[in-house]
Design a protein around this ligand. Sequence first.
Ligand SMILES: [Mg+2]
Length: 365
Amino acid sequence: MTVTRGEAACYRIKLREPWQSASHVITTFELITARLWTDTGQEGVGWTFTVGAGGTAIAAFLTDDLLPAAVGADPALVERTWQRLHGTVRDAAPGGLALLGLSAVDVALWDLKAQAAGEPLYRLLGGSRDRAEAYGSGINLNLSIPDLLAQFRRWKTRGFRAFKMKVGSDDPSTDLERVRAVREEIGPGALLMLDANQKWTAAEALRRIRGFEPYDPYWIEEPLPADDVAGHAWLRAQARCRIALGENLFAVAAFNEFLRRDAVDVVQPDVLRVGGITPFLKIAHLAESYGAPTAPHLVLELSGTLCCAIGHASMIEDLDGGTLGELGALAEPIRTEQGYFTPPPRPGHGVRFDWDALARWRARG
Ligand SMILES: [Mg+2]
């Protein structure tokens, strides 16, 4: 099987309601797709995303550089192709937009490889389990407490037993009031994760975490700027709370640095940021060797498949309003049921886009 042609596009999907964290106000979800066709008539689909900026640049990078370089590749040799494509993007940018584009191509190649094998992708990648646990997650710092509690009640109705909310309000007492209200809503047994989106200094984070302790957070996510290894190591030693991070790390070596220096408990690589499935697996296996579980960032439809593949998975994130199905991008929406994701049974990753519906959002390609 040989790749004969590729095509990229960027779609700018307007959100119905803005999402707000301690460091974002998001109004547009950019979906960037990479489609590969082969001499055997197969189509592999990959994608990446941004939260509002850079999408058209990624599509141009794919069209002009990455997709032409992928033509002629044999999807069975995905590691070889990844190394070659990474060589073409490495000097343009060590992370960021270049790796987002490479992620889309890598996912399309794995899709083709699994289709050629006639297997759902999670089985080809290891097949550790048949379903993955998911948690309800909201980019919800802008919601009033009644609206926040309504969101948690919806998640409870859908069968979730674990939940994540944003923290990082300017006034610490605002955060405490919100977290207290949510803990009362979900009860003492449910898992509650708190995400600060890199808002604090180490000293401030320690003060905030002490305040959250009565509400038993399961992990604190990105308390500090994403590249502050020493700060996270210090905080982890001081605070009696798990530290989760990784959505803003790009290189396998960066994950190793956090693990080696005891600066993280739960790693959260984003498969569509780190360069695709090929490096994602290396990160997950590396983390496993340190005893750290992997809780992939976003991308429910693919993160679920990956958690069903790897040996030491935590949970996947079911972002309220942020799955591809909820965004109107899929021909066959993929939903969690009673807090679990089950991989689509068909060969490949099984994610089928609704190209006609997407056309109205098309920005480039
Ligand atoms: Mg986060």
